[in-house]
Structure formats: C-alpha cells, structure tokens
Design a protein around this ligand. Structure first.
Ligand code: C5P
Length: 425
C-alpha cells in the first residue's frame, strides 16, 4: 500500500503540448491507489481527448462550468471540497495569468478559488514565455497567493528551443505528489494532507550582506541583495512555519507573516541567531556574511594623509555563524537545529559545496555559481543545486533556473520534506 492510497487528487490539465504527460501521471496515480478526478480546460481538449482520462481514471472528466449533467453528478463546489490536493499539469502562461488575477471564468479557475485544498502548479511553456517578466511576475503573485509552483524542467522543447519551461516527467510529478503527502503524514502522524508542511516548525533564516565598519562613515561589505533569503522566508511562512528572519542591511520589504530582526555586523547577526538557537528547528544561513572585519574601528573618520600613498588595514576573522549553529551540542538531550547552508562560488562550485556540507556539519547545502551574472547576487533569478546529507550519504538535486520566489518555494518544500524524513528515522 502506498502513501497515496485513497488520496483524492484533482488533476487539472490546461492546453499545452505537454498535456499528454498528464495522462501518464493519471495512470501512475491510479496505480498507486489514489482517486483521481480530471478537469480539462478547453485548450487541453485540443491536445488530449477527455475520453483518454476517463478510461485511465474510471471517472467522467469535468470540462465545463455549470454543465447540468456534470453538476447533477458532482457539482463544482462539491468537487472543490472533495480534493485533498489540486495539481495542475501543465499550467499554461495564460492559466497562470488568470489564476494570478483571481479569475473564475471556467471550471478549473473556479475550483481553485472555491477549494481549500493546496494547489500545486506545474508551469509548462516555451522558454521565452517562461522567462517573460509578465510570467515571472505572475509566478511571484501566485506564490504570494499561496499557490505552490513546481519549477519547470530544462532541456529541449517541443518547439525546438532549449531552456527552462518543460513539464517535468510524469514520474517526477508523481514523486512530488508522493513527497507532499509523505511530509504531511510524517508531520501529523495521520493522513491529514491539507496541513501545510511548515506548521508547528520554527525556522530561522539569515539574509543579505553584513557591513563591517572601518570608521563612522566607511564599511566593508558585499553585493548580496538579500532577495534569495527573503524569498525563502516568504515561502517558509506560506508553508505555515514560524519564521524569524535575521537580516543585514537590504532594500526589501519584510514578507507577510515573517518576524524580522535587522542587524548590521556579523557579530550582531551571530548574537541574534544564538538567542534563537534553542527555539529553532531549522536554521537556513543565506546571508553573505563578511569573512573579516577591521581589528579596530576608528572612533573618528579616518583622514586621508597627504604623505601616505598606502593604507594598511588589519582585518580579523569573523565568527562563522552557520558552523556555530551547526555544532553538535554537548548536552545529548538537546538537539542542534537542522542546518542548511548556501555556497556561492565562482569555480568548482559543487566540490566546494560538498566540502562545506561536511566540514560545517550541515544537513543540506544549496550551491550556486555567482560567476554567472544572469543569476546569483543582485539578480532576480537563480539556478542552484541542492545537496542533502543523511548518515554519510550525499544526495544531489539540480533545480532549474527560476525566479528567486519560485526557487524559494521549491527549496523550502524539498527541505521540509527532507527534514521530516530525517526526524522520522
Ligand atoms: O564559508 P563560506 O562563507 O563560503 O560559507 C557560506 C555559508 O556559511 C553560507 O550559508 C553563509 O551564510 C554561512 N556563513 C556564516 N557565517 C560566516 C560565513 C559564512 O553563517 N561568517
């Protein structure tokens, strides 16, 4: 018996070439014991016949709003209440736009508004359409509205383009759904799939740069914008976690539902994190902490000396906040937080990341290549690889390039699922 036995899946299909993959997904879900009801948009029916889904699921396919025959069987509100999870695969750019603006002009969009079940969207479209600022803005809006977006896969597309925008393979979507139910189950101890993954968990996240003063007007710092850390905090709050964001100086609004402590220096950031250590379940270090600070901070502005062409600054090492939080506790009854690091590198990214994962005693690390200016520092997008560690085994998962919001959601979902798996061992 699988974790999907008797789960009620409402599978939405919108009009893209990848609609055929949904038929395979429906088959996998049925084989795993799930109950599947399919809702197709008009566009979807141009690619796959409703009869295909009817034959695979054993249930009539829902295609229209207020169709008297369908309403007599299972009305749209009943259908919205029936679902444990709504998965829309593929989700077209048009459907994303309609959902982002709360439209309810057809059955699928109406169901998304009427249902209390989590809605997971698997966008699939041409890579340029996916990259378009309008689509990315809709992705962000959808995230803020509580939808979960599954990052599209990269590779060759039906149109011949290469890039991010492919619908993940049916097996991948299946394991995404399986993980979702597994994580909900592990948390509640009973099949309560509508529970959000982060409920009852306390997550502390560091974000942004630190500024290390040299004198009252100058400091050492870096280009971190804080966007990735803030996106993670927003995603964790959306999953129902209690989120503490410890932020260096950035120009970003604190996400809804997140508690934020503003700090300037690495020492202040460490202090704020240590205060939360015993009440933190998951610690995510996303801040770009300055490695060094001035040994002595001048009281007054340092003056330029007419006869001095060189100035030698003596720097001393800053404490490693992440390694401090990840240190095994002396008291065996007190556990350390589950610790996640970031490794921003310009070369040998994956090797350095794995080395840090072990050296800093972490549970997971997110690696990204900051030498690529289209991603990473300051950019709105990122492309990362997640390494998780259990016992001595390291598992690698590459996530496709996406907006930091979408990536934040995917990372939080993966990290919460991994955290719960580890807790259940
Ligand atoms: O050693 P490195 O700076 O490359 O490690 C990066 C990871 O460690 C990031 O997760 C960063 O937030 C964290 N870090 C920290 N305190 C420091 C330096 C890095 O928490 N002083």
């Amino acid at each position: 018996m699988t974790g999907l036995n008797k789960k009620r899946l409402l599978l939405g299909v919108s009009g893209g070439i990848a609609a055929y993959k949904s038929a395979f997904l429906a088959r996998l879900l049925i084989k795993a014991g799930a109950q599947v009801r399919v809702v197709m948009t008009q566009g979807a029916q141009a690619f796959v016949q409703p009869l295909t889904f009817q034959a695979l699921t054993g249930n009539p396919v829902h295609t229209g709003l207020l169709d008297p025959e369908a309403e007599a069987g299972m009305g749209h509100i009943e259908l919205a209440r029936w679902a444990d999870l709504i998965m829309i695969a593929p989700t077209t750019a048009d459907l994303m736009a309609r959902l982002a603006t709360g439209q309810a002009g057809d059955l699928l969009t109406t169901l998304c508004l009427a249902s209390k079940a989590p809605v997971h969207l698997a966008p699939a479209m041409n890579q340029a359409m996916w990259q378009h600022p309008a689509t990315q803005r809709n992705a962000q809006l959808l995230t803020e509205l509580g939808y979960t977006l599954i990052p599209p896969a990269e590779g060759e597309q039906a149109c011949g383009d290469i890039g991010a925008g492919r619908l993940p393979e049916p097996e991948e979507l299946f394991s995404w759904i399986e993980n979702f139910f597994k994580a909900s189950f592990l948390e509640s101890g009973q099949p309560e799939p509508t529970k959000k993954l982060g409920e009852g968990l306390r997550i502390t996240i560091t974000a942004g740069p630190t500024q290390e003063p040299l004198d009252p007007v100058r400091y050492l710092s870096n280009h971190s914008s804080g966007k990735m850390g803030y996106a993670l905090a927003a995603a964790a709050a959306e999953q129902g976690a209690e989120v503490q964001l410890i932020s260096g100086p950035v120009n970003l609004a604190v996400p809804t539902g997140v508690n934020c402590t503003q700090v300037i220096t690495a020492a202040q950031m460490l202090d704020a994190c240590e205060k939360l250590r015993s009440t933190t379940d998951i610690f995510i270090a996303c801040a770009a902490v300055a490695d060094y600070r001035a040994e002595a901070v001048a009281d007054q502005k340092m003056k330029k000396q007419a006869n001095q062409d060189e100035l030698i600054l003596k720097l001393v090492k800053n404490p490693d906040i992440l390694a401090t939080m990840a240190k095994a506790t002396v008291d065996k009854h007190k556990s350390r937080p589950f610790c996640v690091g970031f490794a921003a590198e310009t070369q040998q990214v994956e090797d350095y990341a794995q080395d840090k994962l072990v050296r800093k005693n972490l549970d997971a690390i997110v690696a990204n290549d900051v030498s690529d200016s289209s991603i990473g520092f300051g950019s709105d997008e990122n492309r990362v690889t997640l390494f998780t560690r259990s016992d001595q085994q390291i598992n690698r998962q590459a996530l496709p390039q996406s907006s930091k919001q979408v990536l934040g959601q995917a990372l939080i979902a993966k990290l919460l699922a991994f955290y719960k798996e580890q807790q259940a061992l």
